[in-house]
Design a protein around this ligand. Structure first.
Ligand SMILES: CC(C)(COP(=O)(O)OP(=O)(O)OC[C@H]1O[C@@H](n2cnc3c(N)ncnc32)[C@H](O)[C@@H]1OP(=O)(O)O)[C@@H](O)C(=O)NCCC(=O)NCCS
Length: 165
């Protein structure tokens, strides 16, 4: 595996996903989820989380018009994904582990937000954050919108929202 030193800029291209990207999105999402999110969740929550990351489910969502914004490396490999439902709810947000801390999530979020505002004039964005991502979302201007919630399978998330003024 090629290791990119922290200080080296990585050339990243941003684009919208099509149905053929579903497989790669699912792989990245599951890999990053296993590494960073599942360890902080009860075992019972894994199936619920990973179900939405199967290529079949992602392809169906893309075909239904949900917007998956991609960050791609020069060789075409996927570096990150930000997916928005109804132009207002961020439901997938992942960057490949070895590329963390280089501003890729910031770029993805800005593109996703601009796209939603352009399409729907969105004034409020929402999401349910993993514990790890709460400080990142705060950097983007999100605030906690209520107490942490626990789903039926035990999945623990922090609801957050961002209001555009
Ligand atoms: C959350 C995640 C997408 C961030 O990706 P990233 O590319 O490393 O983030 P960036 O480098 O663009 O940083 C975004 C901002 O958050 C800040 N930030 C990044 N990691 C941080 C951390 N651990 N603590 C505090 N701030 C952090 C950065 O300083 C940056 O702020 P700025 O733009 O104001 O300078 C990535 O860590 C990830 O994939 N995590 C695992 C999956 C996950 O939890 N996803 C969220 C599901 S709800």
């Amino acid at each position: 595996m090629r290791v990119i030193p922290e200080h080296m800029p990585t050339a990243i291209r941003y684009r919208l996903a099509g149905p053929d990207d579903a497989l790669a999105i699912g792989r990245l999402a599951r890999r990053v989820t296993r590494r960073w999110i599942l360890p902080e969740q009860p075992a019972s929550a894994a199936a619920e989380l990973l179900h939405g990351m199967s290529a079949r489910v992602i392809r169906r969502k893309i075909l239904a018009g949900q917007r998956f914004h991609l960050a791609c490396q020069q060789d075409g490999r996927l570096a990150g994904v930000a997916a928005l439902r109804d132009d207002c709810h961020l439901f997938q947000f992942f960057v490949s582990t070895r590329l963390h801390g280089r501003g890729i999530a910031r770029q993805l979020w800005q593109r996703a937000m601009r796209d939603a505002v352009r399409r729907a004039g969105t004034r409020q964005f929402t999401l349910n954050a993993s514990a790890m991502a709460v400080p990142v979302y705060r950097h983007f201007g999100f605030v906690r919108s209520g107490p942490p919630t626990v789903s039926r399978s035990g999945l623990l998330t922090q609801p957050m929202r961002l209001d555009r003024h």
